[in-house]
Design a protein around this ligand. Structure first.
Ligand code: NOJ
Ligand code: CA
Length: 680
């Protein structure tokens, strides 16, 4: 079958066009393009597809078309919480049913949205269980686009983003970073989401959706062909990639393709490629800000373990934290280091049976008393389960750990997977761990527990199916500013993360450090932004749980506390107002619930990189009438490097017809809360 045997498939409004074909060797392929007045702009050029099995069977050739079926879909659904309440799933679908002379069959399913493409492989029920050796999916990029990428590490995503041409990607130079407890970069590949700007000025992002019972996908640079990326799945001890069951469907391979960068962040395509929720009643979880006993440990002022003599998780400190949270309208606290085992939690001293049982508190931490006190004050407890990279130990204990949480009325846990995995030879992003992370979500749901995973598998929209996957790390978070020997996260970090990592889903970044210099505990480290930048991150980075991580004494009496105690973390709608990866981004979000007068508030966050930047933003997202804008902006002379602290808070009266000028300092930002003054 030649390319012209099956017509092109158009996206719902005609902006994108998909060609599917079988080449002369019977290898299936696709091509994604855009038509404009000057002709065709190729976004992803002819790229082959295929699977290779452990027994040598090569499914990247020898196919014939059985039939093709095109259909249209247009549905809306509601998120329990999120960046927006309503989501529209409008796409054109193509199903290619393929067969080979040896009797093999396979279906390729493509979904073309107005902002991108998803496709996956579907194996027949008749195929017996089999072992996958390789997935041979190609992504052929025309020209030499500018890319924002992290190395294709099989064990961690906590790398700095690099900005280079595609041809200049050199991931293996970032092997063995000294601040990473586990890292494995086998070849010159990148992790997804990776974002690129083409020579024509289009923005492409490569990712996957609905990663289920399959390894994570990295994208390897072909050595033999310029511009070609090949899927490289995370491997396992026997060198193979995955066990496949009859009827197995791979995750969706996703290419977002938009003419303007803000449309990447606004995209709901990754979510739409996931199945509807399997949790009938999720009303037991509510989005909230939280604070906790955490930054203390990263600063080294306190410790997780008791033997150190500076244990952080004491009953007394937790109660102090609850008092602070109650006063500041913060809904929950996280207490790390509450359970026995932290003396040998990491490294060679780690006991073979695992350091933790996830239910036994240290003697100076009265768990029941803390929970009871929190209940009296309306502050929930977020539990902490650090697995120390021992997933099977965690699976052994997790039912009793979640049962304890359910009994205490604690509905959220932060999990962690620091260190090289036991069993050795498995990686954090392989099929074994993808199964583990899912098993945790499924088990947690039975106990009404929501999960915020650190050292997680990447976000691929599973939160639609398992809404108790509330947030995760999976990037270089704030903690690197406290201790990384490489100087922490540079000012451009946030404006890259928003266009890369955040395309996967919610981020537990822990914004809001106001004591930028970290003295006296970490005089050689610091946060590389202004205070206003830190506040803007609460809106820029979406998460239904947002931490206020700094120490109580740093927030007390600080003007930032007014922002933190009122900022929302659940939204009716989101407008990505402006932005460019690596430079800046401005986002406005409307709070989902209404204030006492029945008026939902709007919040705006804008951040810039190391360049100062002014922008004029139209306020037409505001509803009719007058609004009080409480603005938290960089003060006179502010500059991330030499003068990060000046923060001015002022109040303006604004209307939707107006444009608002924002002046961001180098490494700075602006955060604005809009409260309705009157309605027409
Ligand atoms: C790494 C996590 O990212 C961090 O937030 C946590 O404090 C430590 N692990 C200990 O679990
Ligand atoms: Ca981490």
């Amino acid at each position: 079958m030649e390319a012209d045997a099956v017509p092109s498939l158009a996206s719902p409004e005609g902006g994108l066009s998909l060609d599917t074909y079988l080449d002369a060797d019977g290898r299936p392929g696709y091509r994604l393009s855009h038509q404009n007045e000057n002709g065709t702009v190729v976004l992803v050029d002819s790229s082959g597809l295929g699977l290779v099995f452990a027994d040598g069977t090569d499914w990247s050739g020898g196919w014939m078309l059985g039939r093709y079926t095109d259909r249209q879909a247009d549905q809306s659904w509601e998120q329990p919480w999120g960046e927006q309440r309503q989501i529209r799933d409008r796409h054109a679908e193509r199903q290619l049913d393929l067969r080979r002379e040896d009797g093999a069959r396979m279906t390729l399913r493509f979904r073309l949205f107005e902002d991108g493409l998803g496709f996956r492989y579907e194996l027949p029920d008749s195929l017996p269980s089999t072992v996958l050796a390789d997935e041979a999916t190609e992504f052929r990029l025309p020209g030499d686009p500018l890319c924002w990428w992290i190395p294709g590490d099989w064990d961690i995503y906590e790398h700095l983003y690099r900005t280079t041409r595609l041809s200049e990607i050199d991931a293996t130079q970032y092997r063995n970073h000294q601040a990473l407890a586990q890292t494995y970069i086998p070849e010159n590949a990148v992790n997804t989401p990776m974002t690129a700007r083409t020579e024509e000025g289009w923005y492409l992002a490569f990712h996957e959706a609905a990663l289920t019972d399959y390894p994570g996908m990295t994208l390897a640079l072909a050595e033999d062909q310029a511009g070609l990326l090949r899927s490289e799945l995370v491997g396992r001890p026997d060198g193979m990639k995955a066990d496949l069951q009859p009827g197995h469907q791979t995750p969706w391979r996703v290419i977002l393709a938009v003419p303007e960068a803000p449309l990447l962040i606004a995209s709901t395509t990754v979510l739409n490629l996931n199945a509807p929720s399997k949790i009938e009643d999720i009303s037991w979880f509510e989005p909230t800000t939280y604070t906790g006993i955490w930054w203390d440990m990263h600063l080294g002022r306190k410790s997780w373990d008791m033997a150190s003599g500076k244990h952080g998780a004491t009953t007394e400190y937790a109660m102090e934290m609850i008092d602070f949270a109650a006063e500041a309208n913060i809904g929950a606290i996280l207490v790390e280091g509450w359970n026995t085992g932290w003396e040998n939690w990491i490294g060679p001293g780690r006991p073979a049976e695992g350091p933790f049982d996830f239910v036994t508190p240290y003697p100076d931490y009265n768990l029941e008393r803390v929970v009871q006190y929190g209940r009296e004050k309306g502050v929930d407890l977020i539990m902490h389960h650090e697995t120390s990279g021992m997933p099977l130990v965690y699976e052994h204990y997790m039912d009793s750990a979640f049962a304890l949480m359910q009994r205490l009325g604690s509905h959220a846990v932060k999990t962690g997977y620091v260190g090289k995995l036991v069993p050795a030879g498995e990686y954090h992003h392989g099929q074994f761990m993808v199964r583990h992370y899912r098993k945790v979500l499924e088990t947690a749901a039975q106990y009404q527990v929501a999960v915020n995973a650190h050292e997680p598998i990447k976000a691929t929209g599973i939160r639609r199916t398992w809404p108790n996957a509330i947030s995760r790390e999976g990037l270089r978070g704030q903690e690197f500013n406290a201790w990384s020997p490489d100087g922490g996260n540079p000012p451009e970090h946030a404006s890259i993360v928003a266009f890369t990592r955040m395309l996967g889903g919610p981020i537990d970044y822990t914004p809001g450090i106001v004591h930028i210099g970290l003295e006296p505990w970490k005089p050689d480290n610091r946060v590389n932004s202004t205070v206003a930048h830190q506040l803007a991150l609460y809106v820029v980075f979406y998460s239904p749980i947002q931490m206020a991580p700094d120490l109580i004494e740093h927030y007390s009496g600080h003007p930032a506390l007014d922002w933190i105690s009122k900022v929302a973390c659940d939204w009716e709608q989101t407008r990505v107002l402006a932005g460019e990866p690596g430079d800046f981004v401005a986002i406005a979000r409307q709070e989902r619930k209404s204030d006492a007068e029945g008026q939902p508030r709007w919040f705006l966050g804008a951040v810039t990189d190391e360049q100062p930047r002014s922008m004029r933003l139209p306020l037409d997202f505001l509803g009719e009438g007058q609004w009080r804008a409480v603005r938290f902006a960089d003060g006179e002379g502010a500059d991330w490097e030499s003068n990060p602290l000046p923060l001015v808070v002022d109040t303006l009266t604004v209307e939707p017809g107006q444009e608002l000028q924002l002046d961001l300092a180098a490494g700075g930002g602006t955060a604005i809360r809009f409260e309705a003054l009157e309605r027409p």
